[in-house]
Design a protein. Structure first.
Lengths: 511, 470, 400
């Protein structure tokens, strides 16, 4: 909640009216300050969205529906006749538009200043430090109706930073956070300079390094050495509480003898995220570029016990490992190239495979992800699946409810239902239609995007340059040779016929 | 009185018959609308559900679609299209799908890409000299290139190939079918002849001044866009001057004179406003010499929408390039989504193009969809990829629309054409399928019955357990 | 004198050390290799009869227990076991193995010291590549050891018109025929980035111009080609090149062969229609090689004459026979494969009157194999060139 949003939302506020009539300007100022400083105590923001059609993804679409959002959460949703709109709610009335839950981006490495670090193993880093709220990517996401984004580092890594789920709007990272610790990114695909063997070795040695570290800690404890305790205190880590006892380290896949002697808080920052991974408390997003990488990823996960808290991120060639993936029971996020093209080395023919069909046939649970190209965003990925035979509801689920569940936010985003976050996209038509636009976006009950004021979209749509950016072009004809024959001399064969439809009327039935 | 009454009786009786026919046909039609939804084949042409037709040299088919978009302004409903020996012989609306007809949701004419770029790269443009009007790209094309099949699978049945953008005047382009006999000559369509060239930077890239660089054939003009325009002007001027001073004759001069006389159309690649203006000014400059009418086609003219007056004056047709990412393409040319609509409103004859269509997401059907996103109606978008480019190329007698007598170049869809949720499920070129075709109405009905029977059997036998959701 | 000569020749053929500890083989082989066949002892040479269990004539005929009589540089007669009487004083040598004509390699760069390509000009219709032939070059021995007794020394396909290729005999060092073939680069290899032609359109426009408007000595070369007295070797790379080259050859009435492509599948009709032969390039092991072998078999079965070439020293000369052997594995009849290596290849090169078969009147270019020549398990035991032993596996070093 920030001052900006307060100023733009005009509503009949009980507090401000009383302030004006009873206490005067000073009290008004105090009241506004109070509202600004302690929103929880002041009036809850209420918004009612009326749309010609509401697609909830939690049931049938509702004609002439209403969604009531209070305090950033949906409190009621249904047909206009059935839902009581609070009298003090701001009403967004759009009878021509379709309301839709925002798209959910299961995994994205855009929005940071660079997608990867040069370090191979850096689980102690967090994307909150590299995420750039004003990055063009977030503006584009909002424009395309993507309202929940799992920002993770890119694929050029061994073990990368921890990621987070964010909203695509905010001036500071804290304002954007939806879920702060959404997992750790790993990659089985050899990063630059590495071979398959050295990549696998790097993955494994990160975990053996953790084990060695813990064993040494145990040894130090047995020797009565309190080096770790002193270091932890110096770094300000908590040593008291339940977490502090070694109890939190139960359930690790591989046991380290005597680990219960070590308070949790003494584990250093560099190793702690990996320890959480091994305990199954930190989700892993494991990238595989080729089918062979899938085996590496599964092997590393099995050896270190985090197979149950892992999601595969698959490059387009990995459909060849569909059997293995199915056996493992894991879910997957597909990268944006849904059509895999390869060339037969003997016949030189191009073979195209539509990847989602393969996974669907194997019964593998997967979500789609998109590129940052406006014309081919998540709606397009879902529509392409429909074009290749997937059922519409299933395709829509793969860009909304399924990624929401994968992120552990199935009860907050991806659907429109009471209790979910107040994130609503107002579309000019069907979500999978080529001509549909995002007209408005409401994020947590606040109007976050309005297409009519989007200057950049106007440039892309009809070429209108933003004011002050285009040089005035001379009128065609001023400094050009005169045309003295254009009207009369055009021979019939060159007469341009327009592309207007209905040029010839041909009745059915042939000649 | 008597004749009128009998006529009335006649009308009533006939009306009753028709009504009866409709009543009996209606359930079949309604049932048809549920049955005619075949499983789209996988993109690699493999049969799905065992119901797709194997590709062979069969050239006669009956197709049935809920919507037949003819490109001539009409959409026929529940129409059957009959193909015999590679030609369309009949189009009949208002029918139930015949049992042996390939049944799909929609059929459109095969696309015509007037700016396709399937060629041999540098081997397709003679770079020993910048002015090579006498060359022809046809002999450089490889009929066995696997990319033809890629192009054809994307719905493009006729393509116009120009020499790559490396020569100022590169020579003749050629319009040909994307599939057929393994011979460029056999696939070539006789239409308008085009002498192609480029205005812009690309011919000058690779050239360097003669001083300070190792000697090669690239030590020459032009090295800038200004030099490119100079080459154009010089070539046409010398060709014209050679009529008075024969010693100035050069290889290709005769062809340039034929261009000035209007026998060949000038096909100029010009991306930006500056280049488009140059092209039109040059046309007007040489036209004034009293030679004849130079006809002009502007290719990849992304910014043509910025020069409506010049377009109208010159009568030029426009071939648009693929929509760029974030609105800006080659040479920073700005091509907003509404470009096709702006040209349509101006009354300019224009076509869309997908260039080489390597990216499966950027092919011609998608370009048409984007044009709709930019405001074109479906009919306008369809014309922009079928009849309009056929007209520009002068091959509308054979291709570009679904009309009796034209070549059986057809694209089959499993939904409304160009919708994001629609896929191309079959393509015919001269009546020959590019890969497999979807099932016939009979096969689809059988498959559906078998599936329903199987499901019913399973429901009876197995206890009802809800399987894990995908 | 004559008796000692007789003894020496006997020694030579059998390898038994002759008088004075010098083996006749050494004596005659050193005098045999390297000398042009035109200068030889003109004294009436002895007739030597080579009797062998199997003799492949080269045209498909196989004779059992045959005797081939060699006199001087030529073959005098060939007869089977019950054949006619032999000339008197014929020395009979018994050989173990199978005899075939010497192999004909239809394109070779061996011995030319890299001087078969001009860096500045790519159109040289009158250039005589025989000038680049170096009979003393070390490549010669490798050719001979592989059983190759005739090689066409051609320009590579990178030249638009590379010149006139001679047929040479590496064993005797003789030039069998000057200007046997005209080398034309009709494929993508002839295109360059930095000189004309850079494109196929420029290439064919230029070839058209050369063949129709050339004058002088160059004009005569092209005239002879169009009159079919000078066969043309057209270098191509893929099926599109083949179509273009075949159409060009047909348009100008050229005779000759296409060389350099691996795939012939859909264009066989066009090749037949143009009346051209096909030279099969080197066939290696592996999937691609097997595919190339299958394609070669298809060409042969379509009735097109084929030959082989391996472009030594880019490839080892032994690959010539191995390529044919791989075609046999892919289904080509052994007799047809051997024909392709010998008599058909000689016909393509226009030297069928001199070599390519074991027949009376032709040069005595023979190879003794340890088994069937088109089996990979057989190896070269001995090679005769113009009647002289030029290679003997027993005494040679580690060749092959």
């Amino acid at each position: 909640m920030n001052l900006f949003s307060i100023c733009t939302v005009t509503r009949r506020s009980v507090v401000s009216r009383r302030a004006v009539t009873r206490l005067g300007h000073a009290a008004l100022a105090a009241g506004l300050v109070a509202v600004a400083a302690a929103p929880a105590m002041a009036q809850v923001d209420k918004v009612a969205i009326k749309a010609g059609k509401v697609i909830t993804l939690a049931g049938d679409p509702i004609e002439d529906g209403v969604i009531v959002i209070e305090g950033g959460r949906i409190t009621a949703i249904g047909k206009a006749a059935d839902v009581q709109v609070p009298w003090d709610a701001r009403v967004i009335d759009q009878p021509t538009l379709t309301a839709f839950p925002g798209f959910v981006e299961a995994l994205s490495s855009s929005g940071m200043d660079r997608p990867n670090e040069s370090l191979d193993v850096a689980p102690f880093l967090n994307v909150r430090d590299s995420l750039d709220p004003v990055n063009f990517y977030f503006e584009e996401s909002l424009r395309n109706g993507i309202l929940t984004i799992n920002v993770q580092q890119g694929n050029d890594t061994v073990i990368a930073a921890q990621g987070m789920v964010v909203l695509p709007k905010g001036m500071m990272v804290e304002e954007m956070v939806v879920k702060p610790a959404s997992g750790l990114k790993m990659s089985a695909q050899p990063r630059n300079g590495k071979s398959r063997a050295t990549q696998a070795q790097a993955l494994r040695s990160a975990f053996t390094g953790l084990r060695t570290y813990l064993e040494e800690m145990v040894q130090r404890k047995r020797d009565g050495d309190d080096l770790d305790r002193r270091e932890a205190l110096a770094q300000g880590r908590t040593l008291e509480g339940v977490e502090a006892k070694g109890k939190a380290m139960q359930g690790a896949a591989w046991k380290v003898d005597g680990l219960e002697l070590v308070p949790r808080g003494e584990v250093e920052d560099k190793q702690e995220p990996l320890l959480r991974v091994v305990e199954g408390r930190l989700h892993v997003w494991f990238y595989c570029g080729t089918p062979a990488d899938v085996h590496t990823a599964l092997a590393v996960a099995k050896e270190n016990g985090f197979l149950g808290t892992m999601t595969l991120v698959l490059g387009s060639e990995c459909w060849k490992a569909a059997d293995t993936i199915k056996e493992s029971g894991l879910s997957a996020v597909l990268d944006s190239s849904l059509i895999h093209i390869e060339r037969d080395p003997v016949t030189n023919e191009e073979i195209e495979t539509f990847v989602p069909s393969v996974y669907a046939k194997h019964g593998i649970r997967f979500a789609l992800s998109s590129t940052s190209d406006a014309n081919r965003s998540l709606w397009y990925q879902a529509a392409t699946c429909v074009a290749h035979g997937m059922a519409r509801d299933e395709a829509l689920a793969r860009v909304t409810t399924i990624p929401a569940e994968m992120l552990g936010l199935g009860d907050r985003v991806g659907k429109l239902a009471p209790g979910m976050d107040g994130n609503v996209v107002l579309l000019s038509g069907d979500p999978l239609d080529m001509t549909t636009r995002v007209e408005h976006v409401v994020l947590r009950g606040k109007l976050a995007y309005d297409r009519s004021t989007d200057v950049r979209v106007k440039l892309l749509q009809d070429g209108t340059q933003p004011m002050g950016t285009s040089a005035d072009e001379p009128e065609a004809g001023e400094s050009t040779p005169e045309a003295n024959k254009s009207e009369t001399d055009k021979p019939e064969s060159n007469k341009p016929e327009s592309n207007k439809s209905g040029v010839t009327e041909k009745k059915a039935g042939g000649k | 009185m008597k004749p009128r009454r009998s006529i009335l009786r006649l009308v009533i009786v006939r009306g009753a018959i028709v009504l009866a026919a409709c009543v009996t046909a209606a359930p079949a039609l309604l049932a048809q609308s549920e049955k005619a939804a075949p499983a789209p084949p996988a993109l690699d042409g493999a049969a799905s559900d065992g119901a797709a037709t194997k590709p062979d040299t069969q050239r006669s088919w009956t197709l049935h679609a809920r919507e037949v978009h003819t490109s001539t302004g009409t959409v026929l409903e529940n129409a059957a299209v009959v193909v015999v020996d590679g030609k369309i012989t009949a189009i009949t609306p208002g029918l139930v799908a015949p049992r042996d007809a390939v049944a799909v949701h929609a059929v459109t004419a095969g696309f015509v890409d007037a700016g396709a770029r399937i060629h041999d790269g540098f081997a397709s443009v003679e770079q020993a000299d910048e002015i090579q009007p006498q060359r022809s790209v046809a002999i450089t094309l490889d009929p066995f290139d696997v990319r033809w099949k890629r192009l054809a699978s994307s719905g493009v049945t006729t393509a116009f190939i120009a020499p790559p953008e490396r020569d100022v005047i590169g020579g003749f382009g050629v319009a040909l079918k994307t599939q057929g006999a393994p011979s460029v000559a056999a696939r070539t369509l006789a239409g308008q002849s085009f002498v192609t060239g480029v205005i812009g930077n690309s011919p000058s890239s690779g050239n360097s001044p003669a001083f300070g660089t190792p000697s090669s054939i690239y030590n020459r003009r032009p090295t800038t866009r200004m030099g490119v325009e100079w080459e154009w002007r010089r070539a046409f001027f010398d060709a014209y001057a050679a009529t008075r001073f024969p010693e100035r004759e050069f290889a290709g001069a005769e062809i340039l004179r034929e261009v000035l006389a209007g026998e060949h159309t000038l096909y100029v690649t010009a991306w930006t406003t500056a280049d488009i203006r140059t092209a039109i000014f040059l046309k007007e400059e040489f036209q004034r010499e009293g030679f004849g009418e130079v006809s002009l086609v502007l290719e990849a003219a992304a910014e043509a929408w910025k020069e409506p007056k010049l377009l109208e004056r010159s009568g030029a047709s426009v071939i648009l390039p693929p929509f760029p990412r974030q609105g800006r393409g080659t040479d920073q040319s700005l091509m907003p989504l509404e470009t096709p609509k702006l040209l349509a409103d101006l009354g300019v004859l224009f076509a869309l193009s997908a260039h080489d269509g390597r990216d499966p997401n950027e092919r011609l059907a998608f370009q048409a969809g984007l044009a709709m996103r930019g405001g074109l109606t479906r009919e306008q978008a369809l014309v922009a990829v079928t009849l309009a480019p056929a007209r520009i190329l002068g091959v509308e007698g054979r291709v570009g629309s679904i009309e009796v007598g034209k070549d059986a170049d057809l694209v089959l869809w499993n939904g409304a054409p160009f919708a994001a949720t629609s896929g191309i499920v079959g393509v015919l070129v001269d009546g020959v399928p590019v890969a497999s075709l979807p099932a016939t109405a009979a096969q689809a009905a059988e498959a559906k019955e078998a599936k329903e029977a199987k499901e019913a059997k399973e429901a009876k036998e197995a206890p009802k357990t809800t399987s894990a959701a995908k | 004198m004559i008796n000692s000569l007789l003894l020496l020749s006997l020694a030579a053929w059998t390898g038994i050390p002759g008088p004075a500890g010098v083996t006749g083989a050494e004596l005659l082989s050193t005098s045999g290799a390297g000398l042009p066949s035109s200068s030889g002892a003109e004294t009436r040479a002895t007739a030597v009869g080579l009797r062998v269990g199997r003799l492949h004539v080269g045209d498909g005929t196989v004779l059992e227990n045959a005797v081939v009589v060699v006199q001087g540089t030529k073959v005098l007669s060939v007869s089977a076991a019950d054949g006619g009487p032999l000339p008197k004083d014929t020395v009979i040598i018994e050989l173990e193995g199978e005899l075939s004509p010497g192999l004909v390699a239809l394109r070779d760069y061996a011995t030319m010291r890299g001087e078969n390509v001009d860096a500045t000009r790519n159109v040289m219709p009158t250039a005589d590549l025989a000038w680049a032939f170096d009979p003393d070059h070390r490549d010669t021995q490798a050719l001979i050891a592989a059983g190759i007794t005739t090689a066409i020394l051609a320009a590579p396909g990178t030249e638009l018109v590379g010149g006139l290729a001679p047929a040479v005999d590496p064993g005797s060092g003789a030039i069998v025929k000057r200007g046997a073939l005209l080398c034309v680069g009709a494929g993508a290899r002839a295109l360059a980035f930095n000189r004309f032609p850079t494109s196929t359109s420029g290439q064919y426009d230029e070839l058209e111009r050369l063949f129709t408007t050339s004058t002088g000595a160059a004009g005569q070369v092209f005239q002879r080609a169009k009159q079919r007295t000078l066969p043309v070797l057209l270098d191509v790379t893929d099926r599109a090149d083949v179509l273009r080259a075949a159409a060009f050859a047909k348009r100008h009435g050229l005779a000759g062969a296409l060389i350099g492509a691996m795939k012939w599948g859909d264009v066989i009709e066009a090749v037949k229609d143009a009346g051209l032969s096909v030279v099969i390039g080197p066939i290696w092991v592996g999937g691609e090689g097997e595919e190339a072998a299958r394609q070669a078999v298809r060409v042969a079965r379509a009735g097109i004459r084929i030959g082989f070439a391996v472009d030594t020293p880019e490839n080892h000369p032994a690959l010539l026979r191995a390529s044919a052997a791989r075609c046999v594995r892919a289904g080509l009849e052994p007799a047809a494969a051997l024909r392709a290596l010998t008599s058909d290849a000689a016909a393509i090169a226009g030297v069928a009157g001199q070599t390519g078969k074991i027949a009376p009147g032709l040069e005595a270019d023979l190879v003794l194999w340890s088994g069937p020549p088109t089996e990979l398990t057989s190896r070269v035991l001995r090679v005769w060139s113009d009647g002289q032993i030029v290679h003997d596996a027993a005494t040679a070093g580690s060749q092959q």
